[in-house]
Design a protein around this ligand. Sequence first.
Ligand code: CA
Ligand code: CA
Length: 623
Amino acid sequence: MKFVLFAALLFSQLTLCAQNVYPTHWWTGMKNNKLQLMIHSTKNIAVDKLVFSSGSPDVKVLKVHRLANRHYILVDLEIAKNAKPQKVKFSFGGIIRNEWTYFDYELKARNRENGISRVQGVSAKDLVYLIMPDRFSNADPSNDFYPDMRDHGHDRNNPFDRHGGDLKGVENKLDYLQELGATSIWMTPVVENDMARTMEGGTSRATYHGYAFTNQYQVDKRLGGNSAYHSLISAAHKKGMKIIQDAVYNHLGKDHFLIRDLPDSSWLNRWPSYTNTSYKDQPLVDPYASAIDTRTALDGWFTPFLADINQRNPFVSTFLIQYAVWATEEFGIDGWRVDTYFYSDPVFLNKVNEALYREFPKLTVFGEAWVQSVTNSAYFCENNMAVPFKHNSQGVTDFPLYFAMNDLLNQPYGWNEGANKLYQVLAQDVLYKNPMRNCIFLDNHDLDRFYSVIGEDFAKYKMAINILLTQRGIPQLYYGSEILMKNYKNPSDAEVRRDFPGGWEGDKEDKFTAAGRNAQENEAFSYVKAVAGFRKTSSAIGSGKLMQYLPKDGVYTYFRYDATQTVMVISHTGTQPFKPDWNYLAERTAGFTKLRNVVTGEIIAMTSLELKPRESFVFEMLK
Ligand SMILES: [Ca+2]
Ligand SMILES: [Ca+2]
């Protein structure tokens, strides 16, 4: 056979472009030494007796799978445990027609810095800054559009067009983010979205948000491509900052190569006629749910232009899992935020997380679980509940806490309302295995900006920042919150995704600089910076315990504490001046006499503390 192959190679007509092989490359020394290559060709691949050979003794071909669509083959490989980095020459063809194709496949040396300067994981010690890269800063106008991509739109005056922001723009602002106190960056997806424009809500729109993948192995050229992503991550890591990538497993953009040239019909979740997901998480947890409600939630499509993929198909599952492992190893990212978490097949989700944890023990994974109750939120991550299916995501984006923080800020105080809502939601943390791993937030790219929601009330702004940056979990601040960016999702979510002023050359205002911000914006920036700066060095907040007291007269008090530090956070949502009852708080305050305001540095006697309505403070307790 080898001789036949060799002879054939002399006359071989074809070579295969590397971009048609997925994953595009791999590594030696992975804990899982199995790999399934996908080869995608524009023509049928050897329809007669197919032979696939490896030119390396270190790489064994276990099995070749042919799919209904003959443009694809999938090849199961086993890489020897002691394999050296190398370029493996693979060849395949049909022995009857004697047509052979060969290609080089690179096995690189695995990065050995796992968990030290890359793939470090993100924790409650971090402050995550959420960026939509198209809307943050445009460092390279030459990449704003490409004539060879399906959508050429690039108009900053159109809220649904691409605006030209890019990864170099983010990299250029790392010092700004570090000054603010951010230690970690989560960007909405950076993966290629080579999508034709969609008609959403009756308007022609670009997928500038990034959630419609067309090729996982390519960072969008308009963001700067893979090289800009490498550069940003390397620069961030050098500054001790971390990167969280946004994963989308539930769906693919309708212009993804796998959708345009479907491997076979079982790769999609199909319905007799178009069926949208119900967007309801309840049936997935509900012991009384009907099968049709469960299936509609899981297998219904998120939108007509986002194809819901069948992760129960093992080839689909492997394609997605290998991509997740590839991106983590390739870029050295520190965590994954997983979009539309509960819409994906739960068995698949656990498999992809297991594969990631196995290769990258320090990696962080939290899923987007946009749910209404703590029970359902806890269901979609590691939990203490006796339920028939146990998810293994470390945490979730904590929506019940988001709703409750908003209730504290906006509802009049009542038996079950306002501050009591936040108390009650946290009192249910017994359901989570580790609530410190939840990502907590006041808003994000899918929500009304919180400064608008609190009525642009600056006292409430301080209260909101105090709670966000000291509560349990991994806090996430949405870009622009520090300069009081506002808006509701009306008429569309593009209103909460406006450009950061100063991110574009020629912008009238540059709010990345103190000189470009007005007095109140500077006060907001300084406030976030002060609390974030304190939390960076605070062991009580980063890894300590939480004790909360039942709200009283609209005043909500909690403590973060460990053996060396006690931090008191007190917020007044009531109507009358309030003096804390220090005897009542004695469990956490006995032995202390003074309070240091972490923002102003001012030290006062505990007994002199009196709060006016809408005041909120973070104090370090002093003896
Ligand atoms: Ca650009
Ligand atoms: Ca789905």
